[in-house]
Design a protein around this ligand. Structure first.
Ligand SMILES: O=C(O)CCC(=O)C(=O)O
Ligand SMILES: [Fe+2]
Length: 252
């Protein structure tokens, strides 16, 4: 990738990038097509299928990908929704300070049996993160309002959904709170850095890996960190409204 052809990092995800950035988007979409179908969200970045991760002035301390000063806590991408992606693809156009993306995983077999059982029950609430404008959600979308399980399936192939900032237990459910704390402590302890360099492309398996980003100082000089991102689902039929999460996530 030629940095001189890339042009300026846009000041906002709404601003179009240059031709080289569009080409990067095509490359990311081609790789994504090997894994499944790319999806976008009506409620996120104006419904773009290719989204941009870049620092935006005014969002430095937010809980969104355009934040910077504040660490973006680990999360399953769109953990609140049964329609969330199976993979998140990230293509690094620019990362001048080597700011790390973070990754973590649950060691389900190492969790105490009681904790595992509790996490597998519908005793947790995950609200939509601030990257979504839920006012734009279609009527009747109850995503994030029903209690859900955080682990589904057998220990050796469990599907995990969690968001460090957006997960709660039903008030008064102390056993669920304890289980949540044990899981979150494990995810905190397993967190490691992945420094994406210009031209690096990675796909995160959103079914068993959580990801986030360390904090950094934005420059707002057109040379800031800039990733292109795509959400991929392996089964488009699952994005049909009305299907319950247990139908969606059953492991055969
Ligand atoms: O900036 C990053 O490295 C990752 C941000 C993130 O969580 C995302 O794009 O979904
Ligand atoms: Fe993310």
């Amino acid at each position: 990738m030629r940095d001189d052809l890339l042009g300026r990092t846009p000041a906002h995800w709404r601003d179009p990038g240059g031709e080289e950035a569009a080409l990067g988007g095509f490359v990311l979409m081609l790789w994504a097509a090997l894994l499944g179908d790319a999806i976008g969200w009506t409620t996120q970045q104006d419904g773009h299928i290719l989204t941009d991760v870049l620092p935006v002035a005014g969002f430095e301390n937010g809980d969104v990908s355009s934040s910077s000063h504040k660490e973006l806590s680990w999360h399953t991408e769109d953990a609140f929704s049964p329609f969330r992606a199976d993979y998140v693809g990230l293509y690094c156009l620019r990362n001048p300070d080597d700011t790390p993306t973070t990754l973590s995983f649950a060691d389900v077999a190492a969790l105490p049996g009681r904790v595992r059982e509790t996490l597998a029950q519908r005793r947790f609430l995950i609200r939509a993160d601030d990257a979504h404008d839920m006012n734009l959600a279609s009527g009747g979308d109850a995503s994030g309002e029903e209690a859900v399980a955080l682990l589904v399936g057998p220990a050796e192939a469990a599907v995990l959904r969690a968001d460090r900032d957006c997960t709660e237990v039903i008030p008064g459910d102390d056993q669920a709170r304890e289980a949540l704390e044990v899981l979150f402590a494990q995810l905190d302890a397993n967190l490691y850095d992945l420094r994406l360099a210009q031209g690096d492309l990675c796909f995160v398996d959103n079914r068993n890996v959580v990801h986030g980003r360390r904090s950094f100082r934005p420059r707002y000089d057109g040379r800031d960190r800039w990733l292109r991102r795509v959400n991929v689902t392996v089964d488009l039929r699952r994005t049909r409204p009305g299907r319950s999460d247990s139908d969606d996530r059953r492991i055969g």
